[in-house]
Write a protein that binds this ligand. Sequence first.
Ligand code: FES
Ligand code: FES
Length: 170
Amino acid sequence: MSFPITINGTLHQVDDSLSGTKLLDYLHEVTNLTGTKLCCGIGICRACTVSVRKAGNDYAEPMIACSTPLNLLSGAVITTIEGVAEGDRLSAIQQAFLDNFAFQCGYCAPGFIMASEVFLSWLQTAQVSEAELDGLIENAIGDHICRCTGYIRYYEALRDVAVKTLEAKP
Ligand code: FES
Ligand code: FES
């Protein structure tokens, strides 16, 4: 038997024998999607964050791939860092991180990007004011660990895009 998982728009039938396999291992070893990074491996640093919309939900949430077994993801729709850009066109937050020199080695960047993508997607329909953004951004990326930078440029880049997202709302 198998169960379905959609990754970056491609449907995968996952054999039941892989139920306990961690999502990160599946991404790396089976799908050859290696952009999601393994760092601590124990659910602390969030370098391995991907976007997951679970079956039955109409919203995506950030999920740590290193610690999530596939059997919790039957029917889920997953987006990894490879699924963010449209061809050569970077997403708004990818471009903002570059423009703000937000990262150095870049190892943590896919996790920051995926958490930010989930946050910005939520922001498009949420009823929030600009005054609330600081706390919301802290919630969205405040637990991510970066060993190179001071975090502030990640924060400022996400704030820039978040403000534009609010301004663009009808
Ligand atoms: S590698 Fe997954 S939380 Fe650190
Ligand atoms: S830029 Fe190197 S770990 Fe964040």
